[in-house]
Structure formats: structure tokens, C-alpha cells
Design a protein around this ligand. Structure first.
Ligand SMILES: Nc1nc2c(ncn2[C@@H]2O[C@H](COP(=O)(O)OP(=O)(O)O)[C@@H](O)[C@H]2O)c(=O)[nH]1
Ligand SMILES: [Mg+2]
Length: 419
């Protein structure tokens, strides 16, 4: 097999709010949040970078399954690096636009580019374009990028091509893969972490290809349990470094940053990935991204957001539908509430406050194991229940899809030496 398999771009179904289905090709779009005039990648890898006068930028990729804590860590890491006097840019990624992660990160003083419409590996040029923009416009010393949580084979499809082609522009850090401790424990015990078996396969492949396995949310388990879990991970993945972090207590963040800011041994192994199972693991998830304007009587948006996510959670639990991640941001002026659901009802989590006012903007993302059509019906039904008394809701965008078969732009079969 050739090292560089051309990408034939598999189509993705997308349902719009008017009920129409449209098809688009993976990699069709890059949402440019930095500048509408920024140059596109166009000319392929050779032309992707021609800014030889710039110094090398460090690129830190933070992978891991949906809900593992990637976006939270992105911001924690970015703020620490910025406090040390360096400039940081962030890159988010999703199968569709209107990403809650981007909206959350944009509330902070940091440049964010969003690659949407496809995962990084299937839209490698989109990733390069985003890197290029952040590098130029934020003059970034460090870029931290978060791939789609259901994505794997990143060592072969992203890290190796970057190492081969971007030597003079990028210092690529070891591939860090975050794992939620409860899910990780269950998967190491032979379970599926509450996921479809093919989605659990993706979770395992992410661990297998990582350079650093980063057990997240260490505040959620006791110190003894954490030691046992760490040992178990080391036994199962002896070649990876195993570290722990908590965004709540800050435990482990500096130690992890010390590794990724100084090492360049990125992508030290390739996982053998069965793309049929990988594709099924992604396709079982219904994907919904929506953006909705709400207006009416003065409303307590925190109460509204909590009730909305609680009702959605109850509905998913009663349908016995496994939740990858459901998250929302409710923005009213400068105030905002974020809500997250990463499994059953007990994982509900809210931060911030959107206060009381007449208008708010809701961005809602859901990745749930059900068809996109059913997911859309559930979201619209509950939204209607919550707004019918005294609010008007205007759906600005509502995209529902199930991800198409992953079809990477590049898929290397050898390890490119570290530089
Ligand atoms: N207890 C705890 N929760 C966390 C931590 N990091 C993230 N979370 C929560 O985990 C959920 C998913 O986080 P997010 O960063 O959006 O995950 P992503 O899908 O991997 O980007 C959110 O509810 C976060 O507040 C942590 O260190 N400790
Ligand atoms: Mg995220």
C-alpha cells in the first residue's frame, strides 16, 4: 500500500431545519473565525507553508473520546502558557459548524480557528490552513488543537504527515490522548464504557496509538484508585507514558505541559485500525449542531438551560441511548452558561451564568447513539416544550448527520523519525 492514499472524500448526510437532506463531501468547508481574507491552503503540502522567516511553532494535539475533557484542558493549558509570556492559538474541529467548544473558547482572550465539516484526518489541508492562519494572525508560539472525539488513527493520518512535511515550521509534541477515568476503568475491565462496542473500539485505538495517555478528571477518583488505574494502564499500554490531570484541582497540568512543551517524539507508534469497525463506531452516533435565538419575557436563562439539558438527558436515558456528549452554551450579552452531559443523568454539569434578560443565543451540540432524525425530533420536541409558554425561538441553524466513513487525506504506514 502506498504511504499516501489519496482521499476520495466520502459524502456526509446533513439534514437542515427545513427537513431537507443535503449531501456534502467531507472536507468541503473550513470555517474561518480569524479572517475572511486569510489565504486558503489550495496548493497542497508544498505550498502550505512558505513563511520561512517565522520561527518554529509548537503544535500540541490533544485527542481522546467525546467528553474526556479535551476542551477544558485546552483552555487551562492555553492560559498557563500565555501567563508564561508565550502567544497561543487554538484549533477546534467538528463534523459541522456551530460548535459549542469554539463559542466557549472565544469568550477567552485567545485566537481560535475552527475546522468544521470534517475531522482533521479527512481534511488535512483544512488543518494546515487553520495552523497557518493561527500562526500568522495570532503570531502563535504554541498551537493546541483538538480533533473530533470519535476520531482515531491520528498518528498515521496527521502526526506522520506533519512530521514529514512541516519540519521547518512545526515542532510536533507527543500525541496526548485524554481518557475519562470511569470509562477507562470499565474498558480496561473488558467493558465498553457505556458505549457501542465499535465506539469502544475507537476508544481503545486512541489509547493504543498515543504517546502520552492522560487520565483526566483525577479529582473524580480517590488517590488509591488512581494509582491502581495508572498501573493498569501501564500494563496494558507499556509503550505509552501515563500521566494524570485535573482541571478542577490543577493536578498534573504543569507536569504534562512540561512534557509536551519540550519533547518532539511525536507519533512513536501506529495502531492497526480496522476502518469498517471505526466507521461503524462513528456512524452509530447521531450528530446534531444547532444555533437558536431565544427572545420574549425576561427569562432566567440558567434555569432554562438546566431544565433543557435535564429533560434531554431524561429522554436519552429513558430511550436507553448512550450519550457521547451533549453540550450547550447560552449566551446573553457577555454572560454565559455552559452545560455538559457526558453519559447518563448523573454526569450533568453546569458552569457560569447567563443571568436574566429578554434575549439569549443557544448553541447546542449532541452526539448520541441514535439516528440523526430521532435525535432532531427529540431536541425539537423538548425545545418546543421549554419555549411555548413565553418565548420565541428562531432556529438559525440545525444540522443533523451521522458521520460518513473516515477517508483520510494521508495514511502513513511508517514512522517518520522525530526531529
Ligand atoms: N470533575 C472534572 N470534570 C471535568 C474535568 N475536565 C473536564 N471536565 C468536565 O467534563 C465534561 C466534558 O469536558 P470537555 O472539555 O467539554 O470534553 P471534550 O468533549 O473532551 O472536549 C465537562 O462537563 C467538563 O466540565 C476535570 O478535570 N474534572
Ligand atoms: Mg471538546
Amino acid at each position: 500500500m502506498s504511504d499516501r492514499t489519496p482521499n476520495s472524500h466520502s459524502p456526509v448526510r446533513e439534514r437542515l431545519s427545513d427537513g431537507r437532506f443535503i449531501k456534502f463531501k467531507k472536507g468541503d468547508r473550513i470555517i474561518d473565525l480569524l479572517s475572511p481574507k486569510a489565504p486558503s491552503c489550495g496548493g497542497g503540502l508544498g505550498e502550505a507553508f512558505n513563511h520561512k522567516t517565522m520561527t518554529t511553532t509548537r503544535l500540541i494535539l490533544v485527542g481522546g473520546f467525546l467528553g474526556a475533557g479535551k476542551t477544558t484542558l485546552l483552555w487551562e493549558a492555553a492560559s498557563r502558557i500565555m501567563n508564561s509570556g508565550k502567544r497561543v492559538g487554538l484549533i477546534t474541529n467538528d463534523q459541522a459548524p456551530d460548535l459549542v467548544d469554539t463559542a466557549i473558547l472565544l469568550h477567552n482572550e485567545v485566537k481560535v480557528a475552527e475546522v468544521s465539516g470534517s475531522c482533521f484526518c479527512c481534511n488535512f489541508n483544512g488543518l494546515i490552513s487553520a495552523i497557518k492562519q493561527v500562526r500568522i494572525e495570532a503570531n502563535a508560539d504554541v498551537i493546541i488543537a483538538e480533533p473530533v472525539g470519535s476520531c482515531t488513527d491520528l498518528s498515521a493520518t496527521i502526526i506522520q504527515p506533519l512530521k514529514e512535511n512541516m519540519k521547518s515550521e512545526l515542532s510536533v509534541s507527543p500525541l496526548s490522548v485524554l481518557a475519562d477515568p470511569a470509562q477507562l476503568t470499565d474498558i480496561l475491565n473488558g467493558g465498553t464504557g457505556g458505549l457501542h462496542p465499535s465506539a469502544a473500539y475507537i476508544f481503545r485505538k486512541q489509547l493504543e496509538e498515543s504517546d502520552i495517555i492522560l487520565i483526566s478528571k483525577s479529582d473524580l477518583i480517590g488517590p488509591n484508585q488512581l494509582v491502581i488505574l495508572k498501573e493498569k494502564v501501564k500494563l496494558n499500554y507499556p509503550e505509552a507514558d501515563v500521566m494524570t490531570v485535573s482541571a478542577i484541582t490543577s493536578e498534573g497540568i504543569e507536569e504534562w505541559l512540561n512534557e509536551v512543551m519540550n519533547r518532539t517524539d511525536a507519533g512513536q507508534r501506529l495502531a492497526v485500525v480496522d476502518y469498517d469497525i471505526y466507521a461503524e463506531g462513528e456512524a452509530v452516533l447521531g450528530w446534531l449542531n444547532s444555533s437558536i435565538e431565544l427572545s420574549g419575557e425576561p427569562t432566567d436563562w440558567d434555569k432554562f438551560g438546566r431544565n433543557l439539558l435535564q429533560d434531554l438527558s431524561q429522554q436519552f436515558d429513558s430511550n436507553q441511548a448512550s450519550v457521547g456528549h451533549v453540550k450547550l452554551i447560552l449566551e446573553a450579552g457577555d454572560n454565559y452558561l455552559t452545560g455538559n452531559l457526558t453519559g447518563r443523568g448523573e454526569t450533568l454539569n453546569f458552569r457560569g451564568s447567563a443571568g436574566i434578560s429578554k434575549n439569549a443565543r443557544l448553541t447546542l451540540n449532541a452526539r448520541v447513539e441514535m439516528s440523526p432524525e430521532v435525535l432532531e425530533q427529540i431536541v425539537l420536541k423538548i425545545l418546543n416544550e421549554k419555549t411555548k409558554e413565553n418565548l420565541t425561538s428562531k432556529i438559525v441553524a440545525m444540522r443533523c448527520l451521522s458521520p460518513g466513513r473516515p477517508n483520510p487525506t494521508y495514511r502513513f504506514t511508517h514512522i517518520v523519525p522525530a526531529y
